[in-house]
Design a protein around this ligand. Structure first.
Ligand SMILES: *Cc1c(COP(=O)(O)O)cnc(C)c1O
Length: 413
């Protein structure tokens, strides 16, 4: 990169603002509902609450609970609500982190230190996870020198509990299940994974990053959702992202523990420097107050009724699209119940369809095993299902006519 000299004098905010808005013109058109990844659109009112609540505490720092008891209280209340939604027992606890990757990293660290201090693992510690688990686990293993064991999923695209059991040994410090996994949108059998974890005395983490704040409400709306949270005895920790289906501002997730005894293995306490004792629960030092205050505000703004309504719109959008894609000849991967769905086509190259949809203004994602189109739906998508389906049908015709080439690889960065 060519180093650029900073401008000698500052520029006016008006002109900078104009420039910034202009720069966004080529970005994904998520406000029109044509993006089904990265952004969760729960409507203009929620967006306003996020924005105003964020700016109220934008300069405050969650690193200093003594200086900002307001943030400490908001964090505790958000965590407490999360624990109530996810069947946390009385001793359960948790923290707000900066995102799913942060939550997962901290849970892996807690599990590692728990094993170090309270279990006897003679060799290099390892983590056993389904192949569908998020790369955040690989990153955490990489950073902490843990061996990762990704185990092929079953024909149902779910964690193969038998194979995972085979892969566990005396050095396994953590078993992972997803509720749901990102690539398939399907929840692993957490009850079976819980039994496995309990029988072997191993920590089970449930990655509910993308399910934790939708599944409880979908269940309240009458859908039969299998147990996936602290209701399952073997579950020691859960990650659930506020900035996904919690509809909170970005930079907010929760990492939750069955007990304070488990959570204490996450916390870092350091007094060995000239700046005084510093205790940090999560990876961050400075913690943006705005992410915490916005999460608190959105949760209380929506309430159970609000979330049920939003998640109902997601469910309806998914059901309409499910029916539509089936009639276009696609086949769904499994039976999704939450906000993510993936679907394949036996005759057409779905990566070519993806490319044509992209040309038509859609920014969505892909699953690779098998090749499938992938949607992560927001409440706002309820209003664009017909557009999506008619655009999809048009894209298929162009692919059928051989007028567009496929993309070589599914990647987004
Ligand atoms: C999004 C996601 C993550 C990672 O969360 P980030 O906030 O992007 O770091 C982890 N697991 C699953 C299942 C996810 O969907």
């Amino acid at each position: 990169m060519i180093p650029t000299k900073m401008s000698d004098v500052g520029q006016s905010w008006d002109s900078l603002k104009e420039e910034m808005i202009r720069r966004g013109h080529d970005d994904a058109k998520w406000r029109e509902g044509k993006t089904a990844v990265y952004v969760f659109n729960a409507g203009e009112d929620v967006s306003r609450v996020q924005r105003e609540a964020y700016t109220l505490y934008m300069s405050e720092n969650g690193l200093g609970p003594l200086a900002f008891p307001s943030l400490k209280q908001m964090e505790e209340e958000v965590v407490s609500i999360a624990l109530h939604l996810l069947h946390g027992p009385e001793e359960s606890t948790g923290n707000i982190t900066s995102g799913g990757t942060d939550s997962i990293t901290m849970a892996v660290k807690a599990a590692r230190d728990f094993a170090r201090e309270e279990r006897n693992t003679p060799g290099q510690p390892n983590v056993v996870m389904p192949h569908s688990a998020h790369p955040a686990f690989d990153k955490a293993c990489h950073m902490m020198g843990l061996e990762k064991r990704r185990i092929k999923v079953g024909k149902d695209f779910l964690a193969d509990v038998g194979e995972m059991s085979q892969a566990c040994d005396e050095n396994t410090i953590l078993i992972v299940g997803s509720a749901p996994s990102f690539p398939y949108g399907l929840s692993d059998n957490i009850t079976a994974l819980g039994e496995l974890a309990e029988s072997r005395g191993i920590w089970l983490h449930v990655d509910a990053c993308v399910g934790g704040y939708i599944a409880p409400f979908v269940r309240m709306n009458g859908v039969d959702i299998a147990p996936f949270d602290f209701e399952v005895a073997g579950v020691y920790s859960i990650s659930a992202d506020l900035h996904k289906y919690g509809y909170c501002a970005k930079g907010a997730s929760t990492v939750l523990y069955r007990s304070g005894e488990l959570q204490k293995h996450m916390v870092f306490d350091c007094a060995d420097w000239p700046g005084g004792r510093m205790i940090t629960p999560t990876l961050a030092g400075t913690r943006p107050g705005g992410a915490i205050s916005a999460a608190w505000a959105v949760m209380n703004y929506l309430g159970i009724e609000g979330y049920r309504e939003k998640q109902k719109q997601v469910t309806e959008a998914r059901q309409i699209i499910e029916a539509g894609v089936k009639s276009l000849g696609f086949e769904l991967l499994g039976r999704p119940q939450l906000g993510i769905m993936a679907f394949t086509h036996s005759k057409l190259d779905v990566f070519a369809i993806y490319r044509q949809m992209y040309k038509q203004g859609w920014f969505t994602s892909l699953t690779t095993e098998p090749k499938a189109l992938h949607l992560m739906l927001s409440p706002f998508h309820r209003t664009v299902t017909e557009t999506y389906l008619s655009d999809l049908s048009a894209a298929m015709k162009i692919v059928e006519a051989g007028e567009i080439e496929s993309i070589g690889e599914a990647r987004y960065s």
